[in-house]
Design a protein around this ligand. Structure first.
Ligand code: ADP
Length: 829
């Protein structure tokens, strides 16, 4: 019901017109109304009433009364109204209606419903409900909003009293409407300010709580709840110390404060328990709560979370201690170089105390004249914002000199301004001394290394020269002797000489690898013929020992980039080991290709059925001079160098050597090299098999003249025997004699010993020989006991055609002569 239908209300009880005594200022009739409302006030006696009481001029009295009442009502600032519901008539609308509603009373007399029309729609239900109450005789009291004639919404406090007739029907309402807009606004402002205060309280940057005299929390703000993780309900009413670490002593403290025995805490650090059991460090400020009589009624506390600050403080403390206790000297100066801080390390290093240096300019402590230039560089560097590093000799307070390594860097603040300089110094006197010693040691080692190289070169020469006698003559004797026993002895001499030569060669090869003197002559070539040649070479030895030597080869073409000499050495070692360490069964050589990491490799497996190698010895056998059976139990001859060299050679050629073996089950050595991607036809790369030996038969019957330049008598005798029937050999004892002979006669070939004793050496003789007419292309073969690669290069550079190292066999000598003579022969056409 949005509008009070008063007529309906009256009609519904069927007592229309039964009420009386209604004051009606509009038609100036007076009726006395019955009202259930007892205002509780004593009746006011006005002059008009007195007249009525005196029974004087009643009509006049009523008029006067009316006037008095009217002026009284109109004098009120609240709008007074009275409505006859039976007749739907406005009985009273006081003058204040104009102010409260903005419409004159006449408007209300004209339209008793006007008030309802002015109500804001949202508040109409309130009035409707209130009207229901009025029907029951209950006073309606409500604050409602109306639309004032000035267009503003105003708050009106409505008090309406019902008048019921004898039958209990509502027949009239009397009421007061007061403009309470101002009050409502103040209330709103107050509410807002309270809310603001609450917000401020709850969202203050610090936690806050209040406790009563028992120590129970009676107020707590949201910040503290958030800090500790509890709900308001969990904290309110709880004893404050239950949240504090070491609750018992906290309780004593809190109660002591509440009893005035202890002062409130100011800036005390306390650890509080959070709900998740973690501890939080809070800085607590207490104040007493007091009543108007200044008696303590409780304690209020503000709490600030300083957990992070404490952590930072502890970190800083740690850094400070680290700086202070660092054994390295640390010094901090201000921008002008005045020392502000030195640590213990500085004092220990320089013997100066903190008092000696703090406040003084760091320059006051330099004594070394070098410091002048050192400092200039230092300051130029650090003033340009860079770090400085350097070494300088300095003096301690005691006068003792020491070397220090100095790092100085600028301390730059947030604005980018350099405020301080930090100097870190380390005493490097000892280190310097050690470095000097090391440099000396290195120099000595280099010197020793040079000596070693010389020694090796000399030893090579000295050992090889006698070997030529041993090997050469035993070889010749074996061929020429007829007595079997003597032949066996000559063969033994030969074999022993061979073994000695091999050992010597390996030692030299190893020193060459170590001295990085191996000149790799890598060439792309088919690996198969090289392996095949080696297999052929060892097939006899295998057969002699009753072993098979099988091959399993998947292709005829395996192009690899290798140094043939080195590969032959590697294979020789692996084959000879396989034969030595195998008593029954034999050796299987497999060559195939494998794809490893997207690259093609050629793999050569040399698998024997011999004694095998224990896994623990796999690494050992590749080490220098190491054998599986060592010491007194050593059961096989050998130097322990072969595999070391093999591994080094394989790796030099970018290959890999691996071993698989089981004791008693045989061993498989595998060497792998990256396959070269080559377009060259397989046939082209096949090595021509042209045994030089077969060419010997085609040597001319008319023996050519050879000259052997040699100062060693034994060597001369050996070579003379070796070349008997092959050439007519002449000798020159010295370089000069050689030049003399050559200038007179054209030799077909010259064998040139390099070390010719006191006179000019073989290389110089060769240079001179090459200058002679007819000697530009003559084969000059260097015959020498010098065996290092470097030497060989020197001979070739000097003009030698080739090189043969002492000792050599007859066959080797013939082979090299044949090879060089044939080359010349071929070149000449
Ligand atoms: P050497 O054979 O001269 O002793 P190596 O370096 O060639 O030196 O070999 C080192 C050791 O490795 C050998 O002494 C031997 O104990 C072991 N060894 C090498 N090859 C084989 C093999 N095929 N079977 C068993 N043992 C081997």
């Amino acid at each position: 019901m949005s509008k009070i239908d008063t007529n309906k209300a009256i009609e519904s009880d069927g007592t229309s017109g039964s009420s009386k005594n209604i004051l009606n200022p509009a038609d100036k009739t007076y009726e006395f109304a019955e009202s259930k409302i007892d205002t509780g006030r004593k009746p006011m006696i006005t002059p008009a009433m007195e007249k009525i009481a005196d029974h004087e001029q009643t009509a006049e009295a009523f008029t006067l009364l009316h006037t008095e009442l009217e002026s009284l009502l109109n004098g009120l600032k609240d709008a007074i109204f009275s409505v006859d519901l039976v007749r739907n008539k406005m009985l009273i609308a006081s003058a204040a209606h104009a102010a409260v509603f903005g419409y004159p009373p006449s408007a209300f007399y004209k339209n008793p419903q006007l008030f309802l029309d002015l109500l804001v729609p949202e508040d109409k239900p309130i009035v409707d409900a209130g009207f229901q109450a009025l029907l029951g005789g209950t006073i309606l009291r409500h604050d409602v909003r109306i639309l004032h004639a000035d267009g503003h919404i105003r708050w009106v406090e409505l008090k309406v009293m019902p008048t019921l007739d004898s039958a209990g029907k509502l027949v009239r309402i009397d009421g007061i409407a007061s403009d309470i807009t101002g009050r409502k606004q103040s209330e709103k402002a107050l509410r807002r300010s309270e809310q603001r205060f609450r917000d401020m309280f709850d969202n203050a940057p610090v936690g806050y709580h209040e406790i009563d005299m028992e120590g129970k929390i009676v107020e707590v703000n949201q910040t503290e709840l958030d800090l500790l993780g509890y709900t308001r309900e969990e904290m309110m009413g709880a004893f404050v110390w239950t949240f504090i670490e070491d609750s018992e002593s906290s309780r004593t403290r809190v109660l002591g404060k509440l009893q005035g025995l202890l002062p409130p805490g100011e800036g005390t650090e306390r650890k509080y328990h959070r709900k998740d059991n973690s501890l939080i460090i809070l800085l607590v400020e207490d104040r007493f709560l007091r009543n108007e009589n200044e008696q303590i009624t409780g304690l209020r506390s503000a709490l600030q979370d300083i957990t992070e600050k404490i952590k930072v403080k502890e970190e800083l403390q740690k850094f400070l201690l680290a700086t202070e206790q660092s054994p390295v000297s640390i010094l901090i100066t201000n921008y002008d170089g005045v020392i502000e801080y030195v640590n213990k390390g500085f004092c220990q290093m320089t013997n100066y105390s903190k008092e000696d240096v703090i406040g003084k300019n760091h320059r006051a402590f330099y004594s070394n004249p070098d410091h002048k230039i050192f400092n200039k560089i230092l300051w130029d560097t650090i003033l340009s914002g860079k770090d400085f590093k350097g070494e300088i000799m300095d003096k301690k307070k005691t006068g003792e000199l020491y070397w220090e390594f100095v790092i100085v860097f600028p301390l730059v603040n947030k604005d980018g301004t350099t405020t301080h300089f930090v100097g870190i110094r380390e005493d490097i006197t000892e280190r310097k001394r050690m470095i000097e010693e090391l440099i000396g040691a290195k120099e000595r080692a280099e010197e020793m290394n040079k000596l070693k190289s010389n020694f090796l070169a000399n030893m090579s020469h000295e050992l090889r020269t006698p070997l030529i006698g041993i090997l050469g003559f035993s070889d010749i004797l074996t061929a020429e002797l007829e007595n079997d026993e003597q032949i066996t002895m000559a063969e033994t001499i030969y074999k022993s000489g061979e073994r000695l030569k091999n050992t010597l060669n390996m030692i030299l090869d190893l020193s060459k690898v170590e001295a990085k003197q191996i000149n790799l002559l890598n060439e792309t070539q088919n690996l198969l013929p090289i392996v095949q040649t080696c297999i052929d070479l060892y097939s006899g030895a295998a057969r002699e020992k009753g072993l098979y030597l099988k091959t399993e080869i998947t292709s005829s073409y395996f192009p690899v980039n290798i140094d043939k000499r080195l590969l032959i050495d590697i294979l020789n070692n692996l084959f000879s080991n396989a034969i030595v360490y195998t008593e029954a069964g034999g050796i299987t050589v497999t060559i195939n290709t494998q794809l490893i990491d997207n690259k093609d490799w050629v793999c050569i497996n040399i698998a024997d059925t011999g004694i095998g190698i224990n896994k623990k010895d796999f690494a050992l056998i590749f080490e220098e001079f190491r054998q599986v059976s060592e010491g007194l139990s050593r059961s096989f001859e050998g130097t322990g160098l072969g595999l070391t060299l093999a591994k080094k050679y394989v790796e030099l050629m970018h290959g890999v050597i691996t071993l698989e073996s089981e004791l008693g089950m045989g061993s498989t050595f595998t060497i792998k090299f990256p396959l070269v991607d080559t377009a060259v036809s397989k046939d082209e790369t096949r090595l021509p098999i042209s045994p030089i030996r077969s060419e010997m038969t085609s040597l001319p019957k008319n023996l050519p003249s050879f000259l052997y330049v040699e100062d060693d008598e034994i060597s001369r005798q050996v070579v003379e025997r070796m070349l008997r029937g092959i050439c007519s050999l002449e000798f020159a004892n010295s370089g000069l004699e050689a030049l003399e002979r050559a200038s007179k006669k054209e030799y077909a070939c010259i064998l040139m010993d390099i070390n010719l004793g006191r006179g000019i050496d073989g290389t110089s003789v060769t240079i001179e020989l090459r200058k002679l007419p007819n000697y530009a292309a003559t084969p000059i073969i260097a015959v020498t006991a010098f065996a290092l690669v470097k030497d060989k290069d020197d001979f070739i550079k000097a003009g030698c055609s080739d090189y043969i190292s002492k000792p050599f066999t007859k066959q080797e000598l013939i082979d090299i002569i044949m090879k060089n003579s044939l080359e010349i022969h071929n070149e000449r056409g």
